[in-house]
Design a protein around this ligand. Structure first.
Ligand code: PGA
Length: 253
């Protein structure tokens, strides 16, 4: 049985005050579900990690980073290392979010290095994959997802793979209000699980959690989660409203 896993990606939103208030409201609202029937995590901007970490301290909500750098220290102006993230209480890190891929220009090779660095540094990575609308229209979804998974996980051992979560986030569904239908999500999640059993083994594929992301909301969370291969949700916009995020956590649990 895979335990549902709901994560909130706050992206470049909130300020010092609203970040803490949001974190507190999520911790209180998910008191009976977080850590028990569902794992819950929030990814605030770097600069608010510590204050959000303090706000969720004592709750079962965990802390994640939206990004990390490949090197552990040194002359890398503007970058943040795994040890710094661990130091401020992070457990998780997103690797290869679509905005990092398509807005900032991260390649599969860089994403793979970040994922390896995260694992080496004791963080639990969430590898995000997803196709663009043109790729879906050209029937290239399978090809794109397969390449992103293979390149993203290159060199990752089966042992390390136990610490990795995957997230399928169709780019056309992110922040657009256009959610993949439960059937569309299930189809790609099943493909990803099949790939994992080919790249590793069936047991590992069965254990690995695959989140869906892309306009997940309180009113579509339950039907997405009802799909056999959807094990959680990576939530952007709706994770910025405590009530909505808590409703999604409850629907997932
Ligand atoms: P969204 O973002 O829920 O606002 O579509 C999801 C994500 O980017 O992780």
């Amino acid at each position: 049985m895979r335990k549902p896993f709901v994560a909130g990606n706050w992206k470049m939103n909130t300020d010092s005050d609203s970040a803490v208030k949001l974190a507190e409201a999520i911790a209180v609202g998910s008191l009976e579900t977080a850590g028990q029937s569902v794992d819950v995590m929030v990814c605030p901007p770097f600069v608010y990690l510590q204050s959000v970490g303090r706000a969720i301290d004592g709750s079962s909500v965990t802390l994640g980073s939206q990004n990390v750098y490949t090197e552990s220290e040194g002359a890398f102006t503007g970058e943040i290392s795994t040890s710094m993230l661990k130091d401020v209480g992070c457990d998780y890190v997103l690797c290869g979010h679509s905005e990092r891929r398509h807005v900032i220009g991260e390649t599969d090779e860089l994403i793979n290095k970040k994922l390896s660095a995260a694992l080496a540094g004791g963080l639990l990575p969430i590898l995000c994959v997803g196709e663009l609308i043109e790729q879906r229209q050209d029937n290239k979804t399978e090809q794109v997802i397969t390449a992103q998974i293979k390149k993203g996980l290159a060199g990752i051992s089966a042992e390390d793979m136990e610490k990795v979560t995957l997230a399928y986030e169709p780019v056309w569904a992110i922040g657009t209000g256009l959610t993949a239908t439960p059937g569309q999500a299930q189809q790609v999640h099943a493909l990803i699980r099949k790939l994992l059993s080919e790249l590793y083994n069936e047991q590992l594929a069965e254990k690995t959690r695959i989140q869906y992301g892309g306009s997940a909301k309180p009113d579509n969370a339950a039907e997405l989660m009802a799909q056999p291969d959807v094990d959680g949700l990576l939530v952007g916009g709706a994770s910025l409203k405590a009530d909505d995020f808590v409703a999604i956590i409850k629907a997932a649990g």
